[in-house]
Write a protein that binds this ligand. Structure first.
Ligand code: COA
Ligand code: AMP
Length: 626
């Protein structure tokens, strides 16, 4: 219900007319230790610092202030595990206690403001306590998704240089228990950097051996700790570093500032998601991804919602009604997931029979992001739920939505296939190769006019240079999103896909370079390429093409099985790398770029990696048909 009869056009214009005034007003929703003197500090271009001079604490804003204002009894976190068939709930007061105790334990290991802690954990409440405990002390966290293999974890540890690593004995996937501790142990044999210690939470499903002197039992150290208080920190200080796949094999450490992020998240909770304090918000994602950081943890808690954390899958644990059951049991008001999850549910329950067995009348809307939402999936979900299905577009880098149908301002007509219009804070344009804006309906690169709003990445971890090179150089004056698409005559944005070597597998972002590195490390492989091909369920899945070294006599079948295992061990199961083909040659130019298929020259030279990949894809499709 829109009490003030706001409309999108006026709100967007209000931001455009005076961005600083807009964000100054928004900043009042957050509790400051010291109010910021400057709203947008651009004295060191191209770097931007939001709310410079202000100090605050993210954990205080997410937890303590709600207890202080009399909401200690409100449920803060509901953990639903389809894997253990158990549920746990924590009020804001209980959450404060858990987080303060854990922060006290971290302090005993010397963790202090400015330190970094790596968190490699499954979807359990302790992972949220860990993030908030770091924030409480002004330490940064870097959460590594549990589906990544040991070498990926090692690469992140080496780049982030954590003082501590927090982990658990295991994660639970359908039909198997994943020994996280064994993965961590292996990662620590691969790293150059050695953390001071590790804290391991023993889950009942798996008890793991601890290495004396290095590994510590989580529960014991927490029980022995004294609670720690919130430390005021600079608004511009990093809250966390979150690694994401870029165009190279090396992940990029996205830095998140504290003040700007909290202000932007709180604003988005109200105006994008139309969520009110006290409501139940369920983002079915993982804390290892940006969606988990922004809309399982910080967004809902800062806005004093009840957040739902789900350990399980949308289907098969036990059925396609897993989400609907949670919605019904906990009166979820807002549900957010990836289109892949809806496609999986649709496949199992095409007529919504299982859905109708649950009372989902508490739902206001379904939000989708993480990958392109195909019109068919959006329409199906809309028909089944009889609710607005809101596609919205954003990235790890931006931290919150760039383009959305802002339900808390005004619900715009839904055009399936488009996430609707630019969110106040973002000026989105389509540009051609020379950086010139193109007309309505014309395809090009999607860019955002600088400066980016609060909450968007201020830089890359210890790498200002790469930040400028990756995002600010291709199109001067704009932030380069890496996505391509067009804007129609009504201002609706259409995001068609990445223009670089990033691929999106079931809403999980991976780089083909990362996968190629794993293949190239095999002794029999002379050359390789990984491309994304369309998949009905996961949107895109990777396919490997490898050329063997001369004289390799292995049968192709056993070799490709080895290569598939290798990607799983080096990158992780999450890559869903299940198809690999041995080919005689890769399509390449004389200068060594992949592009010209051996079946004949290409009409024009492929210049961008994306074009190169599309040529390979065409080649692959042709060679399959033969
Ligand atoms: N720890 C360890 N392994 C993990 C993992 C984790 N946290 N998450 C996933 N994996 C493993 C899975 O067990 C699976 O292994 P397998 O190949 O041995 O079966 C592999 O990684 C791929 O996982 P997933 O992408 O979950 O695929 P799936 O085939 O098991 O399930 C879907 C298919 C559609 C149910 C699933 O992809 C899904 O829920 N997608 C929605 C994704 C989403 O919410 N993304 C968040 C972005 S907003
Ligand atoms: P991540 O950083 O993991 O959130 O992945 C971000 C990328 O996912 C974007 O650059 C897009 O390529 C893709 N993406 C996210 N949301 C959408 C969406 N709503 N529509 C199309 N692509 C999306």
């Amino acid at each position: 219900m829109n009490l003030h009869h706001m409309n999108y056009h006026d709100e967007y214009a209000r931001w455009q007319g005076d961005p600083e005034a807009f964000w100054r007003t928004a900043a009042a929703a957050v509790d400051w230790h010291h109010r910021p003197q400057v709203i947008c500090d651009q004295t060191r271009p191209p770097f931007v610092r939001w709310f410079a001079g202000g100090t605050l604490n993210a954990c205080y804003n997410a937890v303590d202030r709600h207890v202080e204002t009399g909401h200690g009894d409100q449920t803060a976190l509901i953990h639903v595990s389809a894997m253990t068939r158990a549920e746990r709930q924590f009020s804001y007061l209980e959450l404060q206690h858990e987080v303060a105790q854990l922060a006290g334990a971290l302090q005993k290991f010397g963790v202090q403001q400015g330190d970094l802690v790596v968190i490699y954990m499954p979807m359990i409440p302790e992972a949220v306590f860990a993030m908030l405990a770091c924030a409480r002390l002004g330490a940064m966290h870097s959460v590594v998704f549990g589906g990544f293999a040991a070498p990926e974890l090692a690469a992140r540890i080496d780049d982030a240089k954590p003082v501590l690593v927090l982990s658990a004995s295991c994660g639970l996937e359908p039909g198997r228990v994943i020994d996280y501790k064994a993965l961590l142990d292996r990662a620590l044999t691969l790293t150059r950097h050695t953390p001071r210690a590790t804290l391991i939470l023993q889950r009942p499903q798996l008890d793991v051996p601890l290495q004396a002197g290095r590994d510590h039992d989580w529960q014991q150290v927490v029980a022995a700790a004294k609670p720690a208080d919130c430390v005021p920190i600079e608004a511009t200080a990093p809250l966390y570093v979150l690694y994401t796949s870029g165009t190279t094999g090396k992940p990029k450490g996205i830095v998140r500032d504290t003040g700007g992020y909290l202000v932007a998240l709180d604003w988005s909770m109200q105006y994008v998601y139309d969520a009110r304090p006290g409501e139940v918000f369920f983002a079915a994602s993982d804390i290892g991804w940006v969606v988990g950081h922004s809309y399982i943890v910080y967004g809902p808690l800062v806005h004093r919602c009840t957040t739902v954390m789900y350990e399980g899958k949308p289907v098969g644990t036990p059925d396609a009604a897993a989400y609907w059951r949670i919605v019904a049991n906990h009166k979820v008001r807002t549900l957010f997931t990836a289109p892949t999850a809806i496609r999986a549910i649709r496949r199992e329950d095409p007529h919504g029979t299982q859905l109708r067995q649950h009372d989902v009348s508490s739902l206001r809307a379904l939000f989708l992001a993480g990958e392109r939402a195909d019109p068919d999936t959006v329409s199906w979900a809309g028909q089944q739920l009889q609710l607005p299905v809101i596609d919205h577009w954003w990235q790890t880098e931006t931290g919150w939505p760039m383009v959305a149908n802002c339900l808390g301002i005004e619900q715009l007509p839904i055009k399936p296939g488009s996430p609707a219009k630019a969110v106040p804070g973002f000026a989105i344009h389509v540009v051609d190769e020379s950086g010139k804006q193109v007309g309505p309906g014309e395809q090009g690169a999607l860019v955002a006019k600088l400066p980016l709003p609060p909450g968007s990445l201020p830089t890359l971890w210890n790498n200002d240079e790469q930040f400028v090179a990756s995002y600010l150089t291709a199109y001067p004056g704009y932030y380069h999103t890496g996505d391509g698409g067009y804007i129609d005559a009504d201002g609706y944005v259409y995001v068609m896909g990445r223009t670089d070597d990033v691929i999106n597998i079931a809403g999980h972002r991976l780089s083909t370079g990362e996968l190629e590195q794993a293949l190239a490390g095999h002794a029999a492989v002379a050359e390789c390429a990984v491309i994304g091909v369309a998949d009905e369920l996961k949107g895109t899945v990777p396919v490997g093409l490898v050329v063997l070294k001369a004289g390799v006599s292995d049968t192709h079948a056993s070799l490709t099985a080895q290569l598939i295992d290798r990607v799983r061990d080096e990158v992780g199961a999450v890559a869903s790398f299940k198809r690999c083909l041995v080919v005689a040659r890769l399509p390449k130019t004389r200068s060594g770029k992949f592009c010209a298929p051996p079946c004949g020259p290409l009409p024009t030279a492929a210049t961008t990696p994306c074009q190169q990949r599309s040529r390979i894809r065409q080649y692959w499709q042709k060679s399959r048909r033969r």
